[in-house]
Design a protein. Structure first.
Length: 496
């Protein structure tokens, strides 16, 4: 890497008569920079300002010198000349570095102009302050450029997928889209806003049976305990998990009122009463910008609850699950039926423990899921090692896949979509071990052990869709294992 930093130090008084002292200081300071392959090569004095150009050819960042220069000058010149530095301003900062691959198309980032010549990048910043540099923005900007170029080579590249196991083929009882049929039979009503549904007693009973199966056949036998989390997630939690960087276009954002003062809301209320419409412009005056969003998944809030804690060895492993928080994800044009929606219901098991404890849990949990999907739901399904979801959200795939950590997807055959080989199967369950990604992010420790964590979202809509797509809506066609949990459907509501 090559760096050129052009900066201005503004002093409290005129320094034109201090040229000799400044030259001596620069010579002294350059001696310290030699071993770092850096140098103050050019300088100029103008009234109370010192203009410096600092160069570096290597890993050393010239902006790292600014505070040191300021402190040394303030100490030496303060004693001798009773003068100090009032301000540091960066006129221009040029950083040149080389990429592994040349960009396939033009990219840009905030705060800087980018010039590309094949794999070579020139990043130019102008008029930034010292605080900007001290907060490590530069290295993040360099990383961001590299990531953006790297992502261009992943766009359109197929997700890593390696089949691990597949059930026997099962003869489906029909080949209809279950959502369409449930609408016809009155089990569902399309919600008042996009991607939401009103679930009537029949499908709700199916959901509750699925929930009971997940809790009683998978979670409780393995020692999971229930917790209740907030539905509202502050942005700072998503910053730690990476969701804020990876999927800001999928959140439902939450705005708080600026005030409860009745007088402040009076005009809004009056307009509503008169027009019988929502006066949006008036509403905007009384709500704050969002600082949080609706639950995307329960695990970030669960990790937050352990933030900064040291877990005793006797409490390991920690197995907990949350099933009350409703998840919201803006799917835009990707919505379909009840399996791809903006609002859905899921159980989120989270597990925190040592590597050995989580690998032991992995086998037990996969065996429990197999028992449910084979013996109770009688599904045709398969398991595959896939690109971990936390890499997908960053737009990346990985050529090296760790069989200990990462994500396993469970996919069900959907007869209404076509034949088994050429149609898209539904991902209706997953299991992830994430290593120390989140235990480090949230500073979760044990007394002695190194901690790993993971999660395994159980989506009720996905389980129900996979089941009903293969088994139909007629309980007579449902397997006996499932009938033990749902002996009969609720009485149908008749409409005139």
């Amino acid at each position: 890497m090559r760096f050129k930093l052009s900066t201005i130090f503004t002093f409290s008084n005129n320094i034109t008569n201090l040229k000799k002292d400044i030259e001596e200081f620069i010579d002294y300071f350059n001696e310290n920079l030699k071993e770092k392959n850096a140098k103050i090569e050019e300088y100029k004095i103008k009234e109370n300002q010192l203009f410096l150009n600092i160069f570096s050819d290597g890993k050393y960042r010239p902006h790292s010198s600014l505070l040191q220069i300021k402190n040394n000058i303030s100490r030496e010149f303060g004693k001798k000349h009773h003068i100090g530095i009032r301000e540091i301003k960066i006129e221009e900062y040029i950083i040149e570095f080389t990429l592994d691959k040349k960009p396939l198309k033009k990219i840009g980032i905030p705060f800087a102009k980018l010039d590309f010549n094949e794999k070579n990048v020139k990043m130019i910043l102008k008029d930034v302050d010292d605080e900007f540099l001290q907060r490590n923005y530069i290295d993040r900007m360099i990383t961001l450029v590299k990531d953006k170029v790297g992502s261009q080579y992943y766009e359109g590249k197929g997700e890593y997928w390696n089949k691990l196991w597949e059930s026997d083929e099962k003869k489906p009882v029909w080949a209809k889209d279950p959502t369409e049929e449930m609408l016809k039979q009155g089990w569902l009503k399309q919600g008042p806003t996009k991607g939401k549904w009103f679930y009537r007693p029949e499908i709700t009973a199916v959901f509750r049976a699925m929930e009971e199966i997940a809790v009683n056949e998978v979670l409780k036998p393995l020692g999971f305990r229930e917790v209740i989390a907030s539905h509202i997630i502050p942005f700072e939690i998503w910053l730690k998990t990476g969701h804020m960087e990876g999927m800001p276009g999928e959140f439902y954002y939450v705005c708080e009122p600026k005030t409860r003062d009745v007088e402040k809301w009076e005009r809004f209320v009056d307009l509503t009463k008169i027009t019988k419409e929502i006066p949006v412009e008036e509403l905007e005056k009384n709500i704050a910008l969002p600082t949080s969003g609706i639950c995307y998944a329960q695990c970030p809030m669960i990790y937050w609850s352990f933030q900064g804690k040291t877990i005793s060895e006797k409490s390991l492993p920690v197995f907990i699950y949350e099933k009350t928080a409703v998840s919201g994800r803006y799917e835009s044009g990707g919505r379909h039926g009840i399996e791809r929606v903006d609002e859905f219901h899921r159980i989120e098991p989270v597990y925190i423990g040592t590597r050995e404890q989580l690998l032991d849990l992995k086998q037990k949990m996969l065996d429990s899921y197999k028992h449910v999907f084979n013996d109770i739901l009688d599904l045709e399904w398969r398991m595959a090692q896939v690109t971990p979801w936390y890499m997908q959200q960053a737009g990346k795939t990985d050529e090296k896949h760790d069989m200990e950590t990462g994500t396993i997807d469970f996919e069900a055959y959907m007869p209404y979509r076509g034949d088994r080989k050429n149609s898209e199967w539904l991902e209706f369950q997953n299991f992830s071990i994430l290593g120390d990604k989140y235990t480090k992010a949230f500073n979760i420790k044990a007394q002695k052990s190194e901690l790993w964590s993971g999660c395994s979202g159980i989506g009720l809509e996905r389980w129900a869709t996979a089941f009903l797509a293969q088994k139909g809506l007629d309980p007579d066609n449902w397997p006996d294992g499932f009938k033990k949990y749902l002996t009969a459907l609720p009485e149908k509501i008749e409409f005139l």
